[in-house]
Design a protein around this ligand. Structure first.
Ligand SMILES: [Fe+2]
Length: 261
């Protein structure tokens, strides 16, 4: 994108600070047409929170439809091992039938497979001195890679487990993992999971995460979604796979009570 950030980021040369990222986003949100779009979304079924259900969110710009069916989605991607287990239930506490769960997230340097041509240190937007002029919410894929993406059916107890690596970060977002539940092959519930700030801080100091040097990481406290009702319930609690040795990997589980809104 065309960006005046290099001189206005306020951080060390070439580093885009949290303040810079948040400032651009606020500028975008202040536009009249964006506020109209948001009002339409909030008035739609997808924008209405349902009592007792975890909140939904958008696919984001890096969704691809066809992903491999697998529990280990790393494909050799370097990073801190992360083992996740989910129990997916309806609002009556029953496992969803004929359901699949799909996860996708970026690598330690912020790249999504399928979009290796997109720079994670730049916003998916065009910023000029006059302001943010365009946001590309649905960019075309740039390649056929599919690492750090996987889909699996739920078992009879509504449980599914994935092996992956701890995600990195990209412009304007806290560290997150996308999740989509389909029932009968149709989209049912889509959202994003977050990870505890304690472990985000721990991981960013490890290689290869510490090679992400031109973009300051947005912490959970700056993530706009995590200031909205219900979204903090999407933070997955984690602990070391091997007690006392977090550098060997982390594990966590979450029960997702969901419904189509
Ligand atoms: Fe994302």
């Amino acid at each position: 994108m065309t960006d005046t950030a290099e001189s206005s980021s306020g951080g060390p040369e070439g580093v885009k600070t949290v303040e810079h990222q948040v400032g651009l986003f606020r500028q975008y949100l202040s536009r009249g047409d964006v506020q109209e779009q948001m009002a339409r979304f909030l008035a739609s079924p997808g924008g209405t929170p349902v009592e007792g259900a975890l909140p939904q969110d958008v696919d984001g710009p890096y969704f691809v439809g066809q992903v491999p069916r697998r529990s280990d989605m790393t494909e050799g991607c370097p990073g801190l091992p992360l083992e996740l287990r989910f129990t997916v239930l309806d609002l009556a506490g029953k496992p969803l039938e004929d359901a699949t769960v799909t996860l996708w997230h970026c690598d330690p340097l912020g790249y999504y497979s399928g979009y290796l041509g997109m720079d994670p240190d730049e916003w998916v937007a065009t910023a000029t001195p006059e302001g943010v002029t365009a946001v590309e919410w649905d960019p075309p894929a740039t390649d056929d890679s599919r690492f750090l993406r996987g889909t699996q059916p739920l078992d009879e107890q509504g449980v599914v487990a994935f092996s992956t690596v701890y995600p990195g970060w990209y412009f304007g977002r806290a560290i997150h993992i996308h999740i989509k539940v389909q029932v009968g092959g149709e989209d049912f519930w889509t959202s994003q999971l977050y990870l505890p700030e304690e472990w985000n801080k721990f991981t960013e100091k490890l290689p290869p995460y510490n090679g992400h040097s031109t973009l300051e990481r947005l912490t959970n406290d700056y993530e706009p979604r995590l200031q909205m009702p219900g979204f903090r319930d999407m933070i997955v609690g984690l602990e070391p796979i091997t007690p006392g040795r977090p550098e060997l990997g982390l594990t966590g589980s979450l029960t997702l009570n969901i419904t189509r809104s």
